[in-house]
Design a protein. Structure first.
Length: 807
């Protein structure tokens, strides 16, 4: 791209991209104004974990003895934390016992969060791609002006629907992403996507048909707890996961059932481990359903009083050959019958399905069969069973209907574009293809299937803008990169409010000032919307004046302007930020978006909100703003789950015709996805003690397993001539990579696993200027974007046909 304001054309971008190879050694300009890195910075980083451990053992004295409230940003639990600071370093971390959800609990990974804040190389200046393919620093005014011009050019030539928005926050930063809606409205964008579209959209579509929305287990009280493709000992997801698992395991009146091809740490605690063959979960669940029906174990009173369509489901299930399905999934029939009988006999059952099945074969069907098991046995809306719950802000759209993508017609379940379909919507001559992409706090070039093809798609776009704290693998292929304040340098929150009966929300105050040269996401969105000339001037004047008269006056004024000017609703985030935000204390302007969300809670969950002690939306907002450990914003009773069911008759319709047809299709047996060329099923992206999401852009945080070992069955290794510690080459239809071998009989023959979170291209020299080096496997150089669920389009990352050979 040239240094002038005109946006580069698609042809120009392709020419630049082809001149560059996808190599960890791509260079880019040095940032200015940042601390000069030490000549021994690499050595310091490598030795950092040991040094910090020694300091902790010595109970080091830190400069700031105050314990500040915050939260973990590594998984959706967002456990409450207390931290002590030493300058800009997070010196000590412990669980916050006053957090109403985690109650002092935290895992080992949260204790290493300084590696996020200080472990990687930060961006401190906007970057623009120059004509030679490298990056050059520009000032913020230039960046805002040129990006707005580029977006306007794409919008005016191809329509706003040709701009795709991706991301909007990860596991710990949703507040800034909430403002992207204003920019989408300003350019007329209609399509967005995020990581949920490669994980949870199939389950969301099933939930929409059944109970009408997201369901969650009551783990503290469940008599039977079922974990399907889920190892909460490592991946958590359940509040206070390890404590809860141990409580269930030690209680003789309770039973834990784990369905997983690997003998995980959670399986070690389980009473029943159904160690299915990889990819055969659907046959396992179908057999359990057939046993429930065949032995007349359903809760007939529940079905008669609260559901419809049970007879249709039973008719399909009756034809299942339990013995054949048991053989298909590799589980003894008697073990399946024992599991089914225990489920039916229990006073309460809660289930949790996760990526082990949601990124594997038949994932949407598996979600349906899982939910039929707890519905046929009456495990909804009672203590210890599955529940509906409140939201501060829903993360997706739970609808049975869906739009489709403009080029391929892929289903947009949950309202978002399937991640695997994104390159298909770009690499085409179709007139409605995507022409520009906005990426906010996400790294799709690393995290989505088929890295090579995704990068090719990025190169075909007219404009790519990335907002992030670092020059990520995605940012390296952008036209503009905008440096953001870190998650500990700004007001932040997440909307993973999925708990029952006490649903918790925590607003986090900044621990540190932003680095000079960085902006927050609300600042960025507001500036670009204004540069586009989209801000409605009259509405803005009215709202500024109303904000000075108090919150009640402001609320009335906002409602009136939204009626008078249809643009106000779409542009609400930035209008709130610029007019209501300045009235908030301690520079908390970005918290303005919570004001209408508190109104929403009061409108849709009023009884639960009042049970939680909040008399009004204003009182709830004040509680959110002032309680640093978080607040219980709703308190529900089990029977309240029925109030969330949206169907007019309040019955749960059990029959989903498309999925019942898919259930019938299982009768032909599992179809092999492996072959003589690729005989192994590779699990690409396993959660381990020493793996986390990619916001840790340093290798120093991992005390063990630094390269992310390939775990495989000893018999397979012996057959291939591999020993523990030797290097192996992993080959798939899309690529190959090298990994260190670990032998582990927890894996079945023909099954192997690589961890998530590795394979990042990290600077190997001084600062960010110079070549990079990669540690571990970048998994999506091995995955194939065409391998996806037929309903949701979610990828089969956990079932990748591969070949392992000596390096």
């Amino acid at each position: 791209m040239t240094s002038g304001p005109a946006p580069v054309t698609g042809v120009g971008r392709r020419a630049v991209r082809r001149a560059q190879s996808w190599s960890p050694a791509v260079r880019f300009g040095c940032r200015q104004g940042a601390p000069e890195p030490s000549h021994s910075s690499k050595l310091t980083r490598v030795s950092r974990t040991a040094a910090e451990s020694a300091a902790a053992r010595a109970d080091e004295q830190v400069a700031d003895p105050v314990w500040h409230k915050s939260a973990c940003i590594l998984c959706e639990c967002n456990c409450g934390l207390q931290v002590q600071l030493d300058g800009r370093r997070i010196a000590k971390i412990r669980g916050d016992k006053e957090h109403p959800g985690s109650r002092g609990y935290t895992c080992n990974k949260a204790l290493r969060l300084d590696h996020y804040q200080n472990g990687g190389v930060r961006l401190t200046s906007p970057l623009r791609r120059a004509a030679d393919g490298t990056f050059e620093e520009i000032d913020w005014a230039t960046a805002i002006r040129e990006i707005a011009a580029g977006l306007a050019a794409v919008r005016d030539q191809h329509g706003g629907e040709s701009v795709l928005f991706y991301g909007g926050g990860g596991q710990g930063n949703h507040l800034g992403g909430a403002y992207k809606g204003a920019l989408m409205a300003a350019v007329g964008a209609r399509y967005s996507s995020n990581a949920l579209a490669q994980e949870k959209t199939g389950e969301a579509w099933v939930d929409a048909h059944l109970a009408g929305g997201h369901t969650v287990g009551d783990w503290e009280r469940a008599e039977v707890a079922i974990f399907l493709g889920k190892n909460p000992w490592q991946s958590h997801g359940v509040p206070r996961a390890r404590t809860v698992l141990q409580q269930i395991s030690k209680d003789p009146a309770r039973t834990m059932i784990v369905i997983d091809p690997v003998r995980t740490e959670s399986a070690d605690l389980a009473d029943i481990h159904l160690q299915v063959r990889p990819g055969t979960d659907a046959w396992c669940l179908a057999a359990i359903l057939a046993i429930l029906v065949g032995e007349d174990l359903p809760d007939h009173d529940f079905l008669a009083g609260h559901t419809s369509g049970a007879e249709t489901v039973v008719a399909h299930v009756k034809s299942i050959d339990v013995s054949a399905y048991a053989a298909a999934c590799g589980i003894a029939e008697e073990q399946l019958r024992s599991a089914a009988r225990r489920i039916a006999a229990a006073g309460s059952v809660s289930t949790y399905e996760d990526l082990g099945v949601q990124q594997s074969l038949n994932s949407t069907l598996v979600s349906y069969l899982n939910k039929l098991i707890w519905l046929l046995t009456g495990n909804f809306a009672k203590p210890g069973a599955m529940q509906r719950h409140s939201w501060v802000a829903p993360l997706a759209k739970w609808k049975t209907t869906y739009r489709t993508t403009p080029v391929t017609g892929a289903r947009m379940l949950g309202g978002i574009v399937p991640c695997n379909a994104i390159p298909d919507e770009i690499l085409t001559d179709h007139p409605k293809r995507f022409r520009a992409m906005w990426v906010d706090s996400a790294n799709p070039a690393h995290s989505l299937a088929d890295t090579q093809r995704f990068i090719e798609a990025m190169a075909a776009l007219d404009l790519v803008v990335v907002l992030d704290v670092a020059l990520t693998e995605t940012a390296r292929h952008a036209d503009y990169v905008l440096p953001c304040a870190s998650q500990f340098e700004k007001w932040e929150a997440t909307f993973f409010t999925t708990e029952h009966p006490h649903n918790v929300f925590q607003l986090r105050a900044p621990l540190l000032d932003p680095l000079p040269g960085t902006w927050t996401e609300p600042q960025i969105y507001s500036a670009i919307v204004r540069e586009l000339g989209a801000t409605p001037a009259r509405a803005e004047r009215i709202l500024r004046a109303a904000a000075g008269r108090g919150r009640a006056a402001y609320t009335l004024a906002f409602a009136a302007t939204a009626v008078a000017d249809k643009r106000v609703r779409g542009l609400a985030p930035t209008l709130l930020y610029e007019t209501f935000g300045p009235t908030l204390p301690d520079g908390a302007a970005s918290v303005a978006i919570l004001w209408p969300l508190a109104q929403r809670v009061a409108l849709t969950h009023r009884a639960g909100m009042k049970r939680a002690g909040h008399r009004s939306a204003a009182a709830l907002f004040d509680a959110m703003l002032t309680n640093r450990s978080g607040v219980v914003f709703t308190e529900d009773r089990p029977e309240d789950s029925w109030s969330y069911v949206p169907h007019k008759d309040k019955r749960i319709p059990l029959a989903i015709p498309e999925l019942l047809a898919a259930l019938d299709g299982l009768a032909s047996g599992p179809h092999a996805h492996t072959s003589a060329q690729f005989p192994v099923v590779l699990m690409a992206g396993q959660r381990r003690a020493e793996s986390a999401n990619t916001i840790f852009r340093t290798t120093a945080w991992r005390a063990r397993d630094p390269e992310g070992a390939l775990r495989m069955n000893p018999a397979d290794a012996e057959r291939l001539g591999l020993a523990a510690g030797s290097r192996a080459r992993v080959v798939t239809a899309r690529g190959s990579a090298f990994a260190v071998v670990t032998l582990d009989d927890r894996y079945q023959p023909g099954h192997a696993a690589l961890p998530n979170g590795l394979g990042l291209d990290l600077p190997s020299g001084r600062g960010e200027d110079g070549p990079t080096e990669r540690t571990g496997v970048a998994l999506n150089t091995l995955t194939d974007g065409t391998r996806r669920d037929p309903f949701a389009g979610t990828p089969w990352h956990k079932h990748v046909p591969a070949r392992i050979e000596p390096a």
